[in-house]
Ligand binder design. Structure first.
Ligand code: ZN
Length: 506
């Protein structure tokens, strides 16, 4: 058995920080993970470098800001150094099992560095995701609705009545489903953990890197029935679950009416987290049984959070980078490191890969934009840090290039203050998170001027330097994209992810 530590990284799609038990949530969503906190570091303010998935993962996997290669480039560039490629070069066996998120596919370079890469995007037993995340129908009712929507402005107040009738009509004509399992769009955590456990048992004695990306809390919210029961939820029929998801997806009503089902939706979302927690117990049980746990770094985090009308929004569109979207849980267990109380200073996810490499005593590539905080973190001294997050406003379907070249949104967050910049129209909000943790009331323009100036200066530096030195990497990514676009224009194209319908902003 080697002394070199293995690494298990689990990213849970849409898991916001304040819904994890170990982050203080009042519901018991994560009892197993909570039990690990006695031997783990829990980061009070882990902040993603962008949201949603496609603006978050470049920072986690390649320690690179999401827009550093230009706003038109998505994913990882060919041969860009990543956590996986560094570990593979160091002799690690590497595997990724991802629960069908199309933005974490080989198409976007996420297979780099993995001996085994399974993204579950070929699973024909799962319903095809739609762009809206809603229950979809391509039947005549949808076509009729499109035609009526085209003339809707002329309907005046009648349009509202029509929307209401159409919503209830769709509930009636949609075919019945027998179970929540039949409605679900993604493989659940038990399926992913089954594959992971089989792989762990096959991998021999050497060090390994295992990355799991789980989708259980992602919309549409169809949790496992067992998870609902564990959360004390009463029986839920498939038709009721579908009704709730369709209602939550309505674009014709505002937050006040949507709010009538907010708690129902949150209960479904929480059950998704509970299922992840149960499967983490199984995964770590296998690591213990196979005598790998004592030499295993375990990190669990999220690619971004989820909105439940906190600022009037739902799901996770990258329009405003409020904390419900960019603040994620981060639980890090490194054998031999005692639990420490960490400061509320932010830990940027651009620093995660270098910190993990440092924790297993491997050198950090010079291309990484983040740096290791391992020395500070293990002494509990990590403080006065800044986290920059950035996205393209309104980019909810990045399969279309024109969708990803909109204006940038950028936040600079420290322990107390947060600056949010919107580049079109030029807007600037400044929050005091101590007195206003929910970011409900931006400070007046003349309040805390020195702090505002300091964060503006950091934003300016970020814009100046974040893309520096990455021009050649950018061109590699552009060449990859052009090659794929070229192959798509011929019938023999096999790039199935680039055609058809896709889930919105996963
Ligand atoms: Zn995501």
């Amino acid at each position: 058995m080697t002394d070199q530590k293995s690494i298990v990284l689990v990213t849970v799609d849409c898991l916001r920080a304040d819904h994890a038990g170990f982050m203080g949530y009042e519901r018991s969503t994560t009892p197993f993970l909570d039990s690990l906190t006695g031997e783990s570091l829990v980061f009070p303010a882990a902040i993603v470098a962008g949201a949603p998935t496609y603006y978050s993962l470049p920072a986690m996997m390649a320690s690179r800001y999401p827009l550093a290669l230009g706003r038109d480039v998505l994913g990882l560039a060919p041969d860009e150094p990543t956590l996986a490629s560094v570990l593979k070069r160091a002799g690690y066996a590497t595997a990724c099992f991802g629960a069908g998120n199309p933005y974490l596919s080989a198409r976007f370079g996420y297979d780099q560095g993995f001996d085994t890469f399974q993204d579950f995007l070929d699973d024909d037993s799962l319903p095809i995701p739609t762009e809206t995340g809603s229950v979809s129908s391509d039947g005549w009712a949808t076509h009729l609705n499109r035609r009526i929507q085209a003339v809707r402005p002329a309907l005046g107040p009648l349009g509202v009545v029509y929307d209401e009738l159409y919503f209830h009509y769709c509930q009636k004509v949609t075919p019945a489903a027998n179970s929540l399992d039949a409605l679900r769009r993604f493989p659940t955590a038990d399926v992913i953990v089954d594959h992971a456990c089989t792989w762990i048992k096959s991998v021999g004695d050497g060090p390994f890197f295992l990355w799991l990306h789980l989708m259980d809390p992602h919309s549409p919210y169809y949790p496992k029935e067992e998870a609902l029961a564990l959360m004390g939820h009463g029986p839920l029929t498939p038709s009721r679950a579908r009704y709730l998801n369709s209602y939550w997806n309505r674009s014709d009503i505002g937050p006040s009416r949507l709010g009538s089902h907010r708690d129902d939706i949150v209960a479904l979302y929480d059950a998704g987290i509970r299922w992840v927690d149960l499967q983490m117990a199984r995964l770590i049980g296998t690591l213990r049984d196979w005598k790998r746990w004592d030499h295993c770094v375990f990190a669990l985090t999220a690619d971004h959070g989820e909105e439940f009308l906190d600022h009037g929004g739902r799901y996770h569109p990258p329009s405003r980078l409020m904390d419900e979207l960019i603040h994620v849980p981060l639980l890090l267990r490194v054998p031999g490191t005692a639990k420490k109380q960490l400061s509320k200073s932010p830990f940027s996810m651009v620093d995660l890969a270098p910190t993990l490499l440092d924790a297993v005593r491997l050198p950090v590539p010079s291309d990484f934009q983040g740096r290791s905080l391992w020395q500070e973190v293990q002494q509990g001294a990590h403080s006065d840090r800044i986290a920059v997050s950035e996205s393209v406003a309104g980019c909810t379907n990045p399969f279309h290039v024109e969708n990803r070249i909109g204006p940038r949104v950028l936040t600079v967050r420290e322990a107390r203050f947060k600056l949010a910049l919107h580049f079109d129209p030029g807007g600037e909000e400044f929050y005091d998170l101590e007195s206003d943790p929910g970011e409900q009331a931006p400070l007046a323009p003349d309040a805390h001027k020195p702090e505002r100036r300091r964060l503006l200066e950091i934003a300016r530096e970020h814009l100046r330097y974040s893309s520096g030195g990455h021009q050649e990497t950018r061109l590699r990514a552009r060449l990859r994209d052009i090659r794929l676009e070229w192959s798509r224009s011929f019938p023999q194209s096999s790039d199935k992810q680039a055609s058809g319908s896709h889930p919105q902003s996963t």
